[in-house]
Design a protein around this ligand. Structure first.
Ligand SMILES: Nc1ncnc2c1ncn2[C@@H]1O[C@H](COP(=O)(O)OP(=O)(O)O)[C@@H](O)[C@H]1O
Ligand SMILES: Cc1ncc(COP(=O)(O)OP(=O)(O)O)c(N)n1
Length: 274
């Protein structure tokens, strides 16, 4: 019997397929991990924006988590769009009940077009209920500002925000660099309570960046499910998202999805060239 690791995503559906549950499951599959899902909301979405948000009842989220938790124990779990404090409470209760340790919290708040994917009143629940259970919390810069109440305009302020997130109970803070100044390279920051680690990459000039955060955190989760240490998982996730942005698909009139096929295709052609 082949051993395949399993990962669970708890997130919203993106009908356009570039973010949310769809991005997560594609990324898990591309990285050789069996993907499972618990839906929190349905969104009507394409490359032009979010046209509707339809949250599920917390009981429906709980039932999905019980179904997976009781029979298909995941090796790693990630959260994305959670929408409300009641859904966050449900997810926190179930994560505790099933003892999910490799928990990645991607604190999704607002889509690139500006639509809210987390109610304002739910930020507090994210901080008090979920962050203390996280192995890694992966905010972009505006999300890190909302979580910590700090303003982030420099690398030093990013470090202070990362420290604050670890003090809130997350084992690691990974602050993503996608929202830095346009002329700067992309710099992601990982903090484990002791050491700051920077991962820099070339900024790609493209409008096709819909779902970058979801895809990156899903790649991190897949690598954790396969047993990688957090630092190595971050490197694999970075290579995955870099390839996915570089080899653009060019879909849609607006912000198109990233290319979830790209990383595996690159790995295959590199292996053939050896
Ligand atoms: N234009 C880009 N070129 C290269 N890397 C990018 C680009 N946009 C985002 N990334 C990378 O994608 C990952 C997700 O970052 P970010 O866009 O900040 O997240 P989010 O989608 O949650 O806002 C990070 O590793 C970031 O450095
Ligand atoms: C259903 C759903 N979940 C999450 C997001 C946000 O995804 P993200 O990776 O942050 O990318 P952008 O939307 O900012 O491009 C979403 N849009 N939909």
């Amino acid at each position: 019997m082949t051993t395949i690791n399993k990962a669970l995503t708890i997130a919203g559906s993106d009908s356009g397929g570039g973010a949310g549950i769809q991005a997560d499951l594609k990324t898990f599959q591309e990285l050789g991990v069996y993907g499972m899902s618990a839906l929190t909301a349905v969104t009507a979405q394409n490359t032009l924006g979010v046209h509707g948000v339809y949250p599920l009842e917390p009981a429906a989220v709980a039932a999905q988590l019980d179904a997976v938790g009781a029979d298909l124990p995941p090796d790693a779990v990630k959260t994305g769009m959670l929408f409300s404090s009641s859904i966050i409470g449900t997810v926190a209760d179930k994560a505790r009940e099933y003892g999910w340790r490799n928990l990645v919290i991607d604190p999704v708040m607002v889509a690139k077009g500006g639509s809210r994917l987390l109610l304002r009143e739910a930020v507090d629940a994210l901080v008090t209920r979920l962050l203390p259970l996280a192995l890694v919390t992966t905010p972009n810069i505006p999300e890190a500002e909302m979580l910590t109440g700090l303003q982030i305009t420099s690398l030093q302020e990013r470090e202070i925000a990362a420290k604050t997130i670890v003090e809130m109970g997350s084992r690691y803070a990974l602050i993503k660099g996608g929202h830095g100044a346009r002329h700067e390279p992309m710099v992601d920051l990982l903090y484990d309570g002791r050491t700051f680690r920077y991962l820099e990459s070339k900024r790609i000039d493209t409008r096709h960046t819909h779902g970058t955060g979801c895809t990156y955190s899903a790649a991190l989760t897949a690598a954790l499910a396969r047993g990688f240490a957090v630092e190595d998982a971050m490197e694999m996730a970075k290579a995955f998202i870099q390839a996915a942005i570089e080899d653009e698909l060019g879909f849609g009139e607006g912000h198109g999805p990233t290319n979830h096929f790209a990383y595996r295709r690159r790995m295959r052609s590199e292996a053939r060239a050896r």
